[in-house]
Design a protein around this ligand. Structure first.
Ligand code: ADP
Ligand code: ZN
Ligand code: ZN
Length: 724
């Protein structure tokens, strides 16, 4: 018998399936991890197929060395996704396999706990008081785990008792439970008619994609929970995806309440051992629901009954480093394979997803009202130019300050949102305008006051703050726009209440994120200052005020999604206020008070926003009307990378001349970030008429496959979130 094997080498040239002979005393199935001879070494590989014969010269086929695990590591779903993604996203099979079998699975170990009790030894002679302590303790409790005995009592006494045969040991498999410090009260919830209708509609279907458009606080999560309950009833499992970091503590607490140990959490903030255990609980079927960020879509669940992508508009569903993929597409294929529904939920669906409702690809389900029957919070726009006119050059408008005072006096909570982290975003010379940049990445450095350092947010490199301008020598350096740290500092001067900060800097350690949220949740009055991280999903009962300090920041990004992102952010942040029985209020500070994104956000008018935005996209030939494709070429050697880019571009020009009407745009360029982590980056951007994507994309893949670059990597991205 012949095994078809993908070897564990990250090389495009070796991205093939190799044939190996299965020794007669070995049984292999698809998904098994094996050791195979390769060159002069033995390396690890994965069996993707088993066949009777091969066309290959039988005398040249080598034997599989060994099978590495008792059970196949890859599921049938994993293997099929692998081939789908390889085609769809121009990826190497091994990179996808590694998403399915992450390092914490391969390197992890099962944990056993040893329990100790007394044996029924009759002529036990106790020779010391220390031994007696242990014996009396065990007589009292019956059985105790070894670690606790050793921490309480004498180690040598324990050892003597063990040697005498006085103790019996028992091993038990134990699971390392993820941090459950974040608790939410269990509520008995009766679905309202809108929610019930949503659940009934979804459960009627097998394979179908639903866009669940529900205003913030409309009870989308309860809909997910009930659809998943229905899947469990049929003996099936579920995958529930949430954006990168923001939702998990609360969301997982709610799911634990609803499903107990049937839920497994796969999240990067867990310790590797915990992730290993959670993954294995899914693999062996003890847990049937996987919750996690985008790579959780590869969770080893056999029989899927539903897939949920919560906050579907979130940018983190596009993987932006190798392997680059779009989670929605993977989820759709997985739903198709399992003949089950896919739910995309959001209060602010992405323009692309909502457009797919219009074209009939997705079915729309709307939750128009908040579950608590409260109005959505009133959003008040403050014109910051007007503030300057009034003589207020502060970060905070008079309006926001007075609302904050009221909120604190009422012993409620406030959230202050700023779209940026660090003390101030950058350092700038007042004389010549010089802004320090990272040597490797060509992006502005960010000033961090805590350690008085400039940092690159792309490669984490740190720089000393210069005393004078390195370019013109002027000592007059000023700090650019405001960040979270500065806001906290200003608030502390004015308010004598606990102030918490939530951003990438304060949540570096594994538990700090949960800690901050838990503390804030338990403190009133209090103020939470944060970045995007506070925008999503949180359900704090006592928040009555949300302040958006500088709404315009994301409006200025040079990206066709900038306006959409701004609208989404504002709606999401505003949705944090007034979620329980208290009314909420939002103060939005801007220099562009008339911008349509703000006006639509104020009226919670998603449809008006969509109408306006989709028209702009159509006129200007942007997605979803065209496919925006980027070919990214990255390499340590600038010349080599540039040459590869040039080769691809020449071939693309030929293609364009052949199909001129398919190309809206085609241009090679340096990336806005010319260097990242020491690598030079070049890109070709193109926009292709949607209807012809099927013709052009495979041809593009073929061109890139035939280039066979040396020490240069080629990536093809369809509709990347980030063109930096
Ligand atoms: P969303 O996910 O749409 O933002 P959530 O599911 O978080 O909304 O619900 C918002 C709040 O309303 C939560 O506190 C939730 O417990 C509550 N809630 C949801 N559905 C109901 C219901 N049918 N009856 C009462 N409370 C509900
Ligand atoms: Zn850098
Ligand atoms: Zn200068």
């Amino acid at each position: 018998m012949i095994a078809k094997v993908i070897v564990d080498i990250e090389s495009s040239a070796l991205d093939k399936i190799f044939d190996y002979n299965i020794p007669s005393d070995m049984t292999l199935t698809k998904g098994d991890r094996v050791l195979v001879p390769f060159g002069k070494k033995n390396i690890q590989g994965y069996v993707v197929g088993v066949e009777e014969t091969t066309d290959y010269d039988a005398s040249k086929i080598k034997d599989i060395v060994s099978k590495l695990d008792a059970q196949p590591l890859l599921t049938e779903n994993n293997l099929r996704l692998c081939f789908f993604m390889q085609q769809k996203f121009f990826l190497r099979a091994i990179d996808i396999i590694k998403l399915c079998v992450p390092p914490y699975v391969l390197n992890g170990k099962q944990k056993d706990t040893t329990y100790v009790r007394l044996s029924d030894l009759e002529d036990l002679k106790i020779t010391s008081a220390k031994q007696l302590e242990i014996v009396s303790f065990l007589q009292e409790v019956g059985e105790a785990d070894k670690t606790s005995i050793l921490s309480k009592f004498s180690q040598s006494a324990y050892k003597t008792l063990l040697d005498k045969g006085a103790l019996v040991l028992r091993q038990e498999k134990t699971y390392r439970a993820p941090n459950n410090a974040f608790k939410v009260a269990k509520k008995e919830i009766v679905l309202n008619p809108e929610q019930q209708h949503a659940v009934d509609t979804i459960c009627k279907y097998k394979y179908n994609t639903f866009l669940l458009h529900g205003v913030t606080g409309s009870g989308k999560t309860e809909v997910y929970i009930n659809v998943i309950k229905n899947a469990l009833k049929q003996g099936k499992g579920a995958i529930m995806l949430v954006p990168e970091i923001s939702l998990t503590p609360q969301m997982s607490a709610r799911f634990k309440n609803a499903f107990g140990d049937t839920v497994a959490i796969l999240h990067s903030s867990l310790k590797p051992g915990e992730r290993f255990d959670e993954w294995n609980r899914l693999k062996n079927g003890e847990a049937k629901i996987a919750i996690g960020a985008r790579s959780c879509i590869f969770a080893p669940i056999k029989n899927l009954g539903v897939i949920v992508i919560d906050e579907e508009h979130d940018g983190s569903y596009y993987a932006e480093s190798n392997p680059r993929f779009h989670t929605h597409e993977v989820a759709r294929y997985l739903a198709y394979l399992n003949n089950c529904p896919l739910i995309l939920g959001s209060a602010t669906p992405s323009i692309e997803s909502f457009y797919r409702v219009k074209t009939g690809e997705y079915s729309l389900i709307t939750l128009a009202n908040r579950a608590n029957q409260r109005e959505l919070p009133n959003i008040e726009i403050v014109d910051m130019l007007g503030e300057v006119g009034k003589g207020n050059t502060n970060i905070f408008s008079y309006r926001l300050l007075s609302e904050l005072e009221q909120c604190v006096a009422d012993k409620k909570q406030a959230m202050i949102f700023i779209n940026r982290r660090g003390f101030s975003s950058f350092l700038m010379c007042r004389e010549c305008g010089y802004v320090p940049k990272c040597e490797d990445c060509d992006v502005s450095l960010v000033y961090h006051k805590e350690d008085n350092m400039l940092k690159c947010h792309y490669c984490q490199k740190r720089y000393r703050v210069p005393y004078k301008c390195p370019k013109c020598g002027s000592p007059s350096l000023r700090y650019g726009a405001v960040g979270t740290e500065r806001i906290v500092e200003e608030l502390k001067k004015m308010f004598n209440v606990p102030i918490f900060r939530l951003d990438n800097d304060t949540t570096k350690s594994r538990d700090s994120y949960v800690d901050i949220l838990t503390q804030f949740n338990n403190t009133s009055p209090a103020i939470l200052v944060g970045t995007q991280m506070i925008a999503k999903g949180h359900d704090f009962n006592n928040v009555t005020l949300v302040g958006i300090v500088d709404a315009d920041i994301s409006l200025h990004f040079s990206d066709y999604r900038a306006v959409e992102r701004t609208f989404q952010l504002i709606t999401q942040v505003a949705g944090r206020a007034g979620r329980s029985d208290k009314e909420g209020k939002v103060v939005l500070q801007t220099y562009y008070p008339k911008h349509f994104a703000y006006r639509c956000a104020c009226n919670y008018d998603y449809n008006a926003f969509f109408k306006r935005e989709i028209k702009l996209r159509e006129i200007s030939h942007f997605p979803p009307f065209v496919d925006m494709i980027r070919v990214l070429v990255v390499g340590g050697d600038e010349k080599k990378a540039q040459q590869v880019l040039q080769d691809i571009f020449e071939k693309l020009k030929v293609l364009r001349d052949k199909y001129p009407s398919d190309f809206v745009y085609l241009a090679p360029m340096k990336c806005p970030k010319k260097r990242l982590q020491g690598n030079f980056r070049f890109q070709i951007l193109m926009r292709i008429q949607k209807k012809n994507e099927q013709d052009i994309l495979p041809k593009l893949h073929e061109i890139c496959r035939n280039i066979k670059p040396n020490q240069v990597s080629i990536f093809i991205e369809n509709d990347p979130q980030n063109l930096s």
